[in-house]
Design a protein around this ligand. Structure first.
Ligand SMILES: [Zn+2]
Length: 84
């Protein structure tokens, strides 16, 4: 798998985070990753919590929603960011 693009962007509309399956709200800074694997191109968006999970771990590949637990652990440490 090859990463074609990996950059921070501001959401122009709502998206779903590929790591925790939670919402990425409009105007939120998040990461967009475009990967190419055997000729197929994937686009994945991750919220800043999942970004933190990925930054602090050795996880390189994950399935949809697989970062949810770790992502929520990080959220707990940021009370102002908790989702209701
Ligand atoms: Zn996430």
């Amino acid at each position: 798998m090859r990463v074609i693009r990996n950059q921070k962007v501001k959401a122009r509309r709502h998206h779903i985070c590929g790591g925790c399956m939670d919402r990425i709200f409009k105007n939120t800074i998040h990461t967009i990753t475009v990967c190419e694997d055997g000729g197929r191109v994937f686009t994945c968006r991750t919220c800043r919590f999942c970004d933190a999970v990925l930054r602090d771990s050795n996880i390189e590949e994950y399935g949809e929603g697989e970062l949810r637990e770790e992502s929520y652990e990080i959220r707990k440490g940021m009370p102002e960011c908790q989702t209701s």
